[in-house]
Every structure is written in structure tokens, then in C-alpha cells.
Design a protein around this ligand. Sequence first.
Ligand code: NAD
Ligand code: GLY
Length: 416
Amino acid sequence: MSDGIHIVDVDLGERCYPIIIGPGVMKEPSNLLPYCSEDQVMIVTNETVAPLYLDQLKQTLQGVEVHVTLLPDGEEHKSLQTAETIFDHLLEVPCDRTTTLIALGGGVVGDIAGFVAGCYQRGIDFIQIPTTLLSQVDSSVGGKTGVNHSMGKNMIGLFHQPKCVIADTEVLSTLPARELSAGLAEVIKYGLISDSAFFSWLETHIEGVLNLESDLVAYAIERSCRTKGEVVAADEREGGQRALLNLGHTFGHAIEAAEGYGVHLHGEAVAMGTIMAADLSFRLGWLESEEVARIANLYQRAGLPVIPPQELTAEDYLRLMAVDKKVKKGIIRLILLKKIGEAEIVSDYTTAQLKATLDSFSKACRLSCHRLLARILLRAPSADIIFGLFAPRGMFAHFDDFRQKKQQSRHPAARR
Ligand code: NAD
Ligand code: GLY
């Protein structure tokens, strides 16, 4: 690292590529030009990002023939129809196999543009310039591209690795706060699945990251990309361990599908889904109650929801989870947590255990006044009170376990 610039290499042999992270990295021609093969590029961006950053990017690409396809904004446009408008434009220009496609935008733009790059004339080069935190730490890295189908999210797509990823931290200054928090859900995910030290680092620095303190943000992105890059290098096409990156996603996708896209952001759904995965991990005797509380607390501090929509029934969840790409022969494989920093792909839980988790989140539940009063009298830390107040009933399992341990630790005998 120098001048606040971090570089992470995704080690895929001859398809190895750098992720260049830091303030202003999009403005530096030497970060981009070596990857624009024949000096003709097609920038794919959307109507929100273009007014903010398109001119800046064109400035960086001086001397290159630049074409632009402008997409409407929104997940609902991540479709084959939208992909077709990009194909049309590529053919109209005309662009050939030496054209480089550049995705400038969040995960939606990156996923469609990557998909088009993978298909156009059987595959052309592309560069990812992710402009949301989520896309900088997750969707731009690893080569998963695709579009949605009316029957399922990301159901049509292919693996196509970019030539490089340019994660300019300055662009995050225009990102709505809610989108920033949604990106943090994926950042926290890396700590949870394989990096407990990073999870602890986030517990110390989450407010600084939310405030976009430059060094902290760049470090959080670097550490996230390093983990993702390692997982992708070991299992590019998700034959095994790459599925760990989907912690919280099977529950989260069910929430997104039930509510209709757009009610919760993807990262918000992942946060709620991870709480459900943590609940099941606790029921299996893996996570400690303190760990469940730490996870919920960090999500809340990151501005993320931790209570899934309670009107969904266990049957709703099971039906929606059954279309997940991780379902094999009718068995829903789940990513669960052995502890903070260690995840596992699990299919040998019992239906009763999964149903217990789903049931616990599907009933509207409020603490009765006397129960709340009792907790306050027990001097619960404020985060616990808030958590307890709004937590669905199932959460009391680990909440009560947590409280009991706290009380024991206050007892003089426990201190010896
Ligand atoms: P998004 O692309 O919809 O961007 C969120 C919003 O922020 C949009 O309105 C966008 O126009 C706007 N925006 C983008 N950059 C901005 C900036 N710098 N300033 C102001 N506004 C800005 O959403 P997202 O969270 O980036 O990505 C979600 C998508 O990514 C989903 O479709 C999801 O399926 C996909 N995804 C893919 C992968 C993968 O591995 N390919 C991984 C995770 C998520
Ligand atoms: N976002 C999960 C993956 O890239 O595999």
C-alpha cells in the first residue's frame, strides 16, 4: 500500500486481476488504460451514476474511443430486456471482440454489464468500476454476472472475470446512507465467515467506516476483497467453499422474494437472513448466545435491520427457500456459523430445527410490559433492551441464555 492505495490480486492463474482500492483511483489513467485492449470502450452506467461520475471517467480515458449505454436505475431493470439494449448498442456502433466494456455503477450495472461482456461475440474484456460499497466488496469481485428472471433472482448468468476492478472510495461520498449500510452487511459477512479478528476490528471502527473515514473505509474494503479473492481463487465456480459467501442469503433471498424487490435492499435482507442463520446455529449448539448478541449489535450499529418481516410464515419461507440455487435434491443447504469467524455448509440439520427458527421469526411479538420492566430492573445494557424489545419470540432463547450467563458472571462465585 502507498498513498492510501491498496491493491489486492485475485489469483486465478492467467486470468489473475488486480482490485485497486483507494481515494481517486478512477482518475488515474494508468489504472485503466492498460486494460483497454484496442482503445475502444463501451461504458455501461445508469441515469443516477452518470451525472455524478461519467465525465470524470471519460476524462481518465482521454485518447480512447468512448461509447456509452445509459440504463434506467433499479433492480427491476436487471433483466434480459435491458441486456438486449446493450447488445443492440454494441452491434450498432459497431463494436467487435476487441472492445472493452466498462461497468460504472453498483451491483445491478456490474452484474448486467458483466453478463453482456461474457456473451457478446462469445466474450469480450470488461472492467468493473463499482460505485456502491456493496459492489466494491462483493459483486464486482469474483466474476458472477447475470440478470433476474421473473421466477428467481440471478437465475440467468455466467461466470466472467473482469480484467481489473477499480474501487474508488471517493465515490462513496454521494451514496445514500442506507446503501452504505447495506454494503456493510457484506463487509460484516467476511468477518463472520472466516475472519474473527476483522469482526472485532469492525466492532471497534464501525462508526468510523460509516462516517467514511478514508483509511478505515479503504482498509475495510481491502480486507473484504482479500477474503473474497481467496475464496474465489480456491473455488471459482462454486463447487464447494465459495457457497460460504452466501451466509444469510438463502433466508435473505426468501425475504426479498416475498416482499417484492425494492422493499428491503439486498444487504438489509442479508443482515436479517444472517440473524436467522445465527439463530439456527445457536439452536444447533454452535454459536454462543453472546455471539448472537454481538452479531445483532454490530448490524444495528451499522444501521441495518435485524428483525425479519414477521408476517411471513414458516411455510412461506420453506417454499421460497426451495428455489435457492443451493438446493440439491430437495435439501436446502444452509450456511451456518460454528462461531464468529467460522462458517460451514450444512444440510444435516433436522426439519424441526429449521422450522423452530422459522416459526420463531414469523410471529409478531412484543415484550409484555412486566417482562420489559424485569429486564430493566436487571440492568440490561441498553443495546440488549432495544434488542429484547423488538426481538421476535425465538430470539428469547439466546437472549435468556445470554442474560443468565451475565447474571452468573456478576455473582461473586463466578468471578473467582
Ligand atoms: P444498485 O446497483 O442498485 O445500487 C444502489 C443504488 O445506488 C442505485 O440507485 C444506484 O444507481 C445508486 N448508486 C450507485 N453508486 C452510487 C454513488 N456512488 N452515489 C450515489 N448513488 C449511487 O445496488 P447494489 O447494492 O450496488 O447491488 C445490488 C445488486 O448486486 C443486486 O442485483 C445483487 O443481486 C447483486 N449482487 C451480485 C453479486 C455478485 O457476486 N455478482 C454479489 C452481491 C450482490
Ligand atoms: N456473492 C457471492 C459470490 O460471489 O459467490
